[in-house]
Design a protein around this ligand. Structure first.
Ligand SMILES: Cc1cc2nc3c(=O)[nH]c(=O)nc-3n(C[C@H](O)[C@H](O)[C@H](O)COP(=O)(O)OP(=O)(O)OC[C@H]3O[C@@H](n4cnc5c(N)ncnc54)[C@H](O)[C@@H]3O)c2cc1C
Length: 454
């Protein structure tokens, strides 16, 4: 029987990062990754296979990183965890002994109970090279595509599938707006406008009732009774934790089927850790359960799990919720709480907004506008959330906002923080969006205070 100090199940965002972190913190330990697939996709790059990057093979996590970090790889499926004798059983029958185990088995797509979703040419988003290649063939032949789910993944797919193809694409969303689970309505409407300008048909406040056709899909029937023509349907409504082997091993799951972990990413078993989409998450703000599954969260948890295997070095403060996406050339991003989410938790909030070009002067080549909106707690002035729309540089600015949230910076801290600026790279220091959004919020807080005291 093979023996390893550390065995990691799963080789995507969480598993790979957990293994690399284990190697850094415990250089003397023997580390093995067991993963199902011979080629691992960059999960967040999947929509770009259908436009910008062209094929699944252009969207892979290189295995060179394993050799560089002296991590062994076994391609195979773990079918059983025997926690009492500290072994895992792999599909070929082989058993491997571990001292510490990390479960990073990720998530699998949700399939809604829509009649006809088993018809030919109906796809979900699997992280599987062959499956996604066959979807690519179908999209290339398609004239009418329907995407069920107007979240950021559905919108990215619509935008990418439109590139270089003469194809009708409809995005179907049951909420009043696309992107609504992430952004405030103002930003959702702007996002919808941009994708409509790119020729995508947006259908909101409508559910897919049935997928019809003989063997292959022909239409999607909506809750209103209308039908939309379709030769390919893509269902992108989310994922659920893949935690079957953990459950069968008697490791505790929560009511949503995710592996329960403490703040050190330790499961109900002392020597078994979990990270990524397969494990439960709580909010940074009120520690309530959070359903969010993002690669950035998975990697953050993996850095904690890998570091804590033999000694507690790091702890998890909970999920801030930092997303970014791009529609056409416009970035949309959010970190932390929206106004609505903050009020739901019980915060009184003040919002500050600022908009400026991301270069200065604004006539610099490549310059475009970036609008930032920040949400602060009334009274303390602590930053709770932020969202932005505009220039692609917003993809990095949102991370700065997320950092500010995690360090509980106040509006005053943000208004006076020392940024670096450059005409070709950033907004002008005078118009720097996050500082000015903070100033706008401070102004409002002062007005509110005056009103309160008068
Ligand atoms: C289309 C799409 C776009 C996305 N875009 C973004 C984005 O822009 N930004 C972002 O932050 N997030 C994005 N996400 C979410 C992100 O992909 C996930 O949060 C991330 O993949 C989670 O990583 P993970 O390692 O936990 O799980 P997964 O990526 O699901 O990987 C799980 C791994 O475990 C392996 N495995 C499972 N069971 C076994 C077993 N029994 N034996 C052996 N191996 C096993 C799998 O084969 C796989 O290697 C996107 C997701 C999708 C689908």
């Amino acid at each position: 029987m093979k023996e390893y100090d550390v065995v990691v199940i799963g080789g995507s965002a969480a598993g790979l990062t957990a293994a690399i972190t284990a190697r850094r913190f415990y250089p003397e330990k023997k580390v093995l990754i067991v993963r199902k697939e011979s080629k691992v996709l960059i999960p967040c790059g999947i929509p770009y296979i259908y436009g910008t990057v062209g094929t699944p093979d252009n969207n892979l996590i290189p295995d060179a990183v394993l050799e560089k970090n002296n991590i062994d790889l076994l391609v195979g499926e773990v079918t059983e965890i025997k926690k009492d004798d500290k072994t895992v059983k792999v599909s070929d029958g082989e058993s491997i002994k571990y001292e510490k185990l990390i479960i990073a088995t990720g998530s699998i797509p949700l399939v809604p109970p829509i009649k006809g979703s088993d018809k030919e040419n109906v796809f979900v988003i699997k992280k599987d090279v062959e499956y996604l290649s066959s979807l690519l063939d179908k999209v290339d032949q398609s004239k009418d595509m329907v995407i069920i789910g107007g979240g950021f993944i559905g919108m990215e797919f619509a935008d990418e599938c439109k590139k270089g193809r003469d194809i009708n694409i409809s995005v179907l969303e049951m909420l009043p707006h696309c992107l609504m689970l992430v952004f405030d309505p103002e930003f959702c409407k702007q996002g919808e406008e941009i994708i409509k300008q790119r020729g995508v048909n947006i259908i909101t406040s409508e559910k897919a009732e049935e997928i019809t056709g003989n063997k292959k899909v022909e239409t999607v029937k909506l809750s209103s009774g209308d039908t939309v023509k379709a030769d390919v349907v893509l269902i992108g409504i989310g994922t659920r934790p893949e935690a079957e082997i953990a459950k069968n091993a008697g490791i505790e799951l929560n009511e949503k089927g995710a592996i329960k972990v403490d703040r050190y990413m330790q499961t109900s078993e002392k020597d078994i850790f979990a990270c990524g989409d397969c494990c439960e998450k709580v909010s940074f703000f009120d520690k309530s359960p959070v359903n969010l599954m993002l690669a950035s969260i998975a990697v953050n948890e993996a850095r904690i799990a890998g570091a804590n295997l033999y000694k507690i070095n790091r702890s998890n403060e909970g999920v801030i919720g930092t997303y970014s996406t791009v529609i056409g050339d416009t970035a949309l991003a959010r970190a932390g709480l929206s106004v609505e989410a903050a009020k739901k938790i019980g915060y009184d909030v003040v919002v500050g907004q600022a908009e400026a070009p991301n270069c200065h002067p604004g006539c610099m080549p490549g310059s475009s506008n970036l609008k930032v909106s920040l949400v602060f707690e009334e009274g303390t002035g602590i930053l709770l959330g932020g969202e932005l729309i505009g220039a692609k540089s917003g993809g990095e600015l949102i991370n700065l906002i997320s950092g500010g949230i995690s360090k509980r910076m106040t509006a005053d801290d943000i208004a006076t923080f020392q940024m670096g600026t450059h005409p070709a790279l950033t907004a002008s220091p005078i118009a720097y969006q996050i500082s000015n959004a903070a100033e706008m919020a401070i102004k409002q807080m002062q007005v509110t205070n005056i009103n309160l005291s008068s």
